[in-house]
Design a protein around this ligand. Structure first.
Ligand code: SF4
Length: 400
């Protein structure tokens, strides 16, 4: 009754807007475009362009393929994008508008590349939208256009990354120092050329448990590129193990352990300050698992871990992260279930997103919004930043 996951269209839009110079067209009423743009703007702090055919009541009864045609042409002429993803919504999926036919007919008349995604909100949750976009990009852009060449230096693709900002910059910087190149980030910040060049890399790293694994498997079958998915670089140890996995895979000689060792006094300091506190984690599975092991590293108790969705390897990873901990776990919960456990567990801090901020007001539990795209959370610098913010919030609230 009070779902904590959203619709397929949201996932599809979130995945496509990461691609450089891309403007999606939603074939549907204006509300879908407005609400999704609003939410994504708040989460990312960025200007986001999403166009819509803005269907009327008459359009959703009798169909509006002409309107779709006109909108695609107008978007192509006005904004000159490299890629126009055309997405159906609930109403146009129900009446069976043939967005593929319209895209096929326009292919040679517009400058942009065009892909189509069936994205009726009821078709699945957001994970279905993420996954279908990644799959469509690989099948429609990578496979037909790729060049057969191999990178001359160690090179990886990150699969299932939908947020750029300081996190991606931090990771790129550290990997460059190590001697590893990020070839393509599917999708955040990549160009169409990067997507065509995906097979150049030596390894794929899935960054999303619910949408990254299937595309990695497709790339493994098609191009024989192996993949890995664990750990996710949030936290000191998780980041160390993430970098070690890559250093070992490529047989590089880089003193990452020394970089970690230099951080030990800081880790000890945070452990001493935070050891008596409990955290609740409300996030997607990949982040939630990494955060759970991170708060344990800080000496805190992960009292509650709530995940909106789970993927193929989530439960196995969760077992590794929470071994021996007394943590209450919610999988695909409703909002009321989260509220109930928050009240029962009374955590000292919630690691979540903007949606959890009302806990600050109502229950006086501080919330750290680690979902905001401008927040640094990855790598050693991300671990330092989150630790300090957790400590600041707890100090302010509990005078620690
Ligand atoms: S559930 Fe349907 S109507 Fe609502 S935003 Fe998603 S596609 Fe649009």
């Amino acid at each position: 009754m009070e779902p904590m996951s959203t619709c397929k269209l949201f996932g599809a839009i979130r995945a496509v807007i990461g691609i450089k110079n891309t403007i999606p067209v939603i074939h549907g009423p204006r509300g879908c475009a407005y609400h999704i743009r609003y939410l994504l703007s708040v989460r990312s702090g960025s200007r986001i362009r999403i166009c819509s055919t803005e269907l009327s009541q008459e359009d959703v009864v009798f169909g509006a393929e002409d309107k779709l045609r006109e909108t695609i042409i107008a978007v192509d002429e006005t904004y000159k994008p490299d890629l126009i993803p055309v997405l159906s919504s609930c109403s146009t999926s129900i009446i069976g508008e043939d967005i593929q036919k319209v895209a096929r007919e326009l292919k040679d008349d517009i400058n942009a590349e065009i892909i189509t995604i069936s994205a009726g909100g009821f078709e699945s949750d957001q994970s279905g939208g993420y996954e279908e976009v990644l799959q469509t990009l690989i099948e429609d852009i990578t496979i037909p256009n790729h060049l057969i060449k191999e990178a001359d230096k160690p090179s990886i693709n990150l699969i299932g990354v939908f947020r750029g900002g300081p996190d991606l910059l931090e990771l790129k910087k550290t990997l460059k120092r190590i001697g590893i190149n990020i070839n393509c980030v599917l999708t955040s910040g990549s160009s169409l050329e990067d997507i065509k060049n995906i097979p150049t890399a030596h390894l794929n790293y899935s960054f999303c448990d619910v949408s990254g694994i299937t595309p990695c498997k497709i790339l493994e079958n098609e191009f024989k590129i192996p993949f890995t998915y664990y750990p996710f670089p949030i936290g000191f140890s998780n980041s160390l193990n993430f970098f070690k996995t890559l250093i070992d895979y490529f047989g590089l000689d880089y003193p990452i352990q020394k970089e970690y060792d230099k951080l030990k006094p800081s880790i000890d300091y945070f452990r001493e300050k935070l050891g008596d506190y409990k955290a609740a984690i409300i996030a997607g599975p990949t982040r939630a698992i990494a955060l759970a092991s991170f708060v344990r590293e800080l000496g805190m108790t992960p009292a509650l871990v709530s995940m909106d969705l789970i993927g193929e390897y989530t439960l196995k990873e969760l077992q590794w992260a929470l071994e021996g901990a007394k943590t209450r776990i919610l999988i695909e919960p409703e909002l009321g279930e989260i509220e109930k456990l928050i009240i029962e567990e009374q955590p000292h801090i919630i690691l979540g997103g903007l949606g959890e901020s009302y806990f600050s007001y109502n229950l006086k539990i501080p919330v750290l919004d680690i979902m905001h795209g401008r927040e640094l959370t990855w790598g050693f610098q991300g671990a330092l930043s989150i630790s300090q913010k957790i400590l600041n919030l707890i100090k302010r609230r509990f005078k620690a």
